[in-house]
Write a protein that binds this ligand. Structure first.
Ligand code: URA
Length: 423
């Protein structure tokens, strides 16, 4: 094949031949197909789509581009979770140790944040001493001993995706179902987990703004996983507003610890419990009472062992930002809306996120949320506390936050309240 031929086939809305997919993904990984050619092909796929057979082959070609792992040497079943990403989504932190407390192994290969969504590794790195990079041998040891590992994915898994994802990010070809599904599932299948629960986010703060699109993405990924022998299920969950009451690295760790201590915001608890049940059932544990494991200290014990195993001090103080700013209500009314994207961007501007892959993040930066849609608000009431080490960032963060919530003087209490985070 020639890259120009492959691009033309998809440009002209034809189905890509299976061997053309194998060739183009491999040649791109080796640098034989140039970035500008892959950009054109990604845009042709974005515009004209791929059918199930093409998506499955594309996924397999990305898996074949690198190494694969397997956990067959472990004495336990493995189960993993992937979220398509959102604002305040700290669920992995309480979830992995909670599930591991049942004797199931949770190999959670995670990433850092880019743009307005936070990354699990950035959050955990707020804990003094905690290390994201582990050798495969050490990862296996911790899985056998503690059960839960949250660490950086090695560069050997699906390198084609790593290259392609960076290219999609700068060519406006990220939010495309065939490309998202193959990107996520190539990494999860290469990782070798036995079971996988997908948390597919829907709403303004997510890649998928509409429920029908999220459902299509979920179905595509479940089919890819199932066909590859991974016991895969998906939940659709709400990302119209932030999850929980904190956004930002150390702030989210604090909230996760509250959940592990049997408290925490009800939406975070509800989603953690729903995903834990799915993960355990997918790994063969029948009717687990996970609420009880959060209340009786089992999950907390597992969290402390997980953090210690990676060099962190689970009882040490978390970093706190040097400066805070409070946002208060200008009028009486009811909060009827809060936009996850606006809050995510504000937190990012405070220093919790990064604009470029190599930028550092501030551990203490972010936002505490004091009121949520449905709440009655009185003038002067505290709505948000902004945290940063660089107070000249407050103005730009406030610009984003100001458009991000609505207080309606006429609305009845409860207007806009979320029924359930699991759709
Ligand atoms: N997460 C991924 O890993 N890949 C995508 O394409 C989108 C989200």
């Amino acid at each position: 094949y020639d890259a120009v031929d492959v691009i033309r086939i998809k440009r002209d809305r034809q189905k890509l031949p299976m061997d053309a997919i194998d060739w183009v993904v491999d040649a791109y990984t080796r640098g034989v197909v140039a970035d500008e050619q892959m950009s054109a092909l990604a845009m042709a796929i974005f515009l004209n789509g791929m059918d199930r057979e093409e998506i499955a082959r594309w996924t397999q070609a990305m898996i074949n581009s690198g190494e694969t792992m397997n956990f067959r040497a472990l004495s336990k079943a493995t189960t993993d979770k992937h979220s398509t990403g959102g604002v305040g989504d700290k669920i992995t932190l309480p979830l992995a140790p909670l599930v591991a407390s049942y004797g199931v192994a949770v190999p959670q290969l995670s990433g850092r944040g880019l743009g307005h969504t936070g990354g699990t590794l950035d959050k955990l790195e707020a804990i003094p001493g905690w290390q994201a990079d582990l050798t495969n041998d050490r990862m296996m040891e911790i899985l056998e001993d503690v059960g839960a590992v949250i660490c950086a994915a090695g560069s050997g898994l699906a390198p084609a995706d790593k290259k392609l994802y960076a290219l999609r990010d700068i060519t406006s070809t990220v939010d495309c179902i065939p490309l998202i599904a193959s990107s996520i599932m190539s990494k999860k299948i290469a990782e070798g987990t036995g079971a996988l629960v997908l948390d597919v986010k829907v709403g303004p703060g997510a890649f998928m703004k509409k429920e029908a699109d999220a459902r299509e993405l979920a179905r595509t990924m479940v089919d890819l996983g199932t066909d590859a022998g991974v016991n895969t299920v998906a939940l659709l969950t709400d990302m119209s507003r932030p999850l929980g009451l904190t956004v930002g690295n150390a702030l989210e760790v604090r909230e996760s610890v509250e959940v592990l201590a049997g408290g925490g915001p009800s939406d975070v608890v509800r989603l953690t419990v729903a995903l834990a049940k799915e993960m355990l059932e997918a790994a063969g544990v029948k009717d687990p009472d996970v609420e009880e494991a959060l209340k009786d200290g089992r999950a907390m014990d597992s969290w402390k062992r997980m953090i210690s195993a990676q060099g962190g001090d689970p009882d040490g103080p978390l970093p706190v930002a040097t400066d805070t700013h409070e946002v208060t209500a200008d009028e009486d009314g009811v909060m009827t809306e809060m936009d996850a994207l606006a809050v995510g961007v504000a937190s990012w501007r405070l220093g919790a996120g990064r604009a470029r892959q190599q930028d550092p993040v501030q551990a203490g930066a972010g936002i505490e949320i004091h009121a949520v849609p449905g709440d009655k608000i009185t003038k002067g009431q505290k709505l948000f506390t902004l945290h940063t080490d660089t107070p000249d960032r407050f103005d730009r963060a406030l610009d984003s936050l100001r458009g991000g919530y609505t207080i309606d003087p006429q609305a009845a209490e409860g207007t806009g309240a979320r029924d359930d985070v699991v759709l």
